[in-house]
Design a protein around this ligand. Sequence first.
Ligand code: ADP
Length: 387
Amino acid sequence: MKILVINSGSSSLKYQLFDMADGTVLARGVMERIGESGSVPDHTAALTAVVERLRHGDNAGACAVDIGDLAAIGHRVVHGGEHFVHATVIDDTVETAIESLTPLAPLHNPPNLAGIRGARHAFPGIPHVAVFDTAFHQTMPPRAFLYGLPYEYYERYGVRRYGFHGTSHAYVARAAARWLDRPYNRFNAITCHLGNGCSMAAVRHGQSVDTSMGLTPLEGLMMGTRSGDIDPALCFFLPNAAGIPISDMENMLNKQSGLLGVSGVSNDFRALRQAADDGNARARLAMDMFAYRIRKYLGAYLAVLDGCDAVVFTGGIGEHQADIRTAICGGLSHLGIVLDIDRNAGAGGQAACVSRPESPVAVVVMPTDEELEIAQQTLAVVNRPEQ
Ligand code: ADP
């Protein structure tokens, strides 16, 4: 049985085809520059081209695959609001509900929806399932998801913390529990997704009880180009002091801040490390700030959980940057975290336990696989007996 996973952005559409018998990837690819000259005009055309590629292969070396037994298509959808707490089979009502969440994710939900519409057009006879980045965090209690604002903004406009990267947090939490041979429904973990976007989640008994991103993916940790937590008063201080129009603040906080903004060098960790090694003090400072912010959240989430079984690192930085894991977890034996310096230095790119055997809290490196998680959730939804 096969499942196709689609991650549809504004100008690109990524796809992966899985054989669900063993989770192997049979085909993967990306359609780029959708809507630009020299490429396909829209997402429906992109999906038609994907079908062609899958059926007949392409001249970039992809082989033809039999998609006669395609069981379902799983779609990544960024924002499910409070409406979607699980992966959901898509019908016209669900499409409308995803569309109605556009104000909360104006850059993401419309292209996600365009991919869904294109795929439903190209594959009308099979189930389509929406898997939401926010859904895993819908188990957060109100004390964790509400802001200290007038309550009516929550009621009227849905102003609250939603959290993102849920597919990744869910995948690595479950994978780490399996790796450590612990029952997932009794597993407590702090998961750290550190890529271009970065977020952490406190997972109690297999459910998210807090996470660092908020109404939007801007809150929380310092990221490649996003500021993460700031004093909200900056949004009226800077327009006054520096004459930055309020309309430019959003771009500045999302695109010009974080590692890039502090270092003035790059948003890419490898480039920062190179610059720091070459003596660039601001590149070093940006890396220090990045790790310090994560360490603070780690302390907070240790206090939130009733005991923690594991700290789990994933994403390009979490998986590959051993020094950052040391900066985050080093010297925390008084909190039950005892890193194994050698194992940590040697880990990268595959699942590994990098804490000492006597460490009460295990520290685990776990490569994420959001596409496989989407495929598995899709399969679970289509296999679920009718209610
Ligand atoms: P995205 O969040 O876009 O999926 P990644 O998870 O790959 O991307 O994270 C990107 C970040 O991870 C960059 O800062 C990059 O420098 C870092 N990174 C990715 N791969 C490696 C690697 N092999 N070694 C060191 N750093 C890496």
